[in-house]
Design a protein around this ligand. Structure first.
Ligand SMILES: [Zn+2]
Length: 122
């Protein structure tokens, strides 16, 4: 299962679409059952246009026991990927959900909060 997923992910990464969020960004969910949830992006999946956000879009899955890996069986909760269009970046400076713009600073492309002008990648 895990390997199959990885293979699929690899194949789809070739498309190389870009997301407005990346791993580690703080975002707020703006639609769906987790609307209003704020969390960090655990994983961005650009090939699918999806992101996994900490604590958002939780699903319960049955985990098979894997004694070799020290994993107990039972029901586990984990975050399912959600559409990247359903999240907005929360600016660390003004703490508001915001759109970002790109600016070139010292020859480097940085993301800047449209509301307060603060750089997001520092
Ligand atoms: Zn801001």
């Amino acid at each position: 299962m895990e390997n199959a997923l990885k293979a699929m992910e690899k194949k789809m990464t070739d498309k190389n679409k870009k997301l407005h969020v990346k791993t580690g960004d703080r975002v707020i969910v703006t639609a769906g059952k987790s609307k209003g949830t704020i969390g960090n992006v655990k994983k961005a999946i650009p090939s699918e246009g999806k992101v996994i956000v900490e604590g958002a879009n939780m699903v319960t899955k049955a985990q098979k026991p894997q004694p070799m890996a020290g994993i107990q069986g039972g029901l586990i909760k984990l975050e399912a990927p959600l559409d990247a269009s359903k999240v907005m970046i929360v600016c660390p400076a003004c703490e508001k959900p915001t759109r970002i713009k790109h600016e070139i600073v010292d020859g480097k492309k940085v993301r800047v909060c449209k509301k307060c002008g603060e750089q997001l990648d520092v």
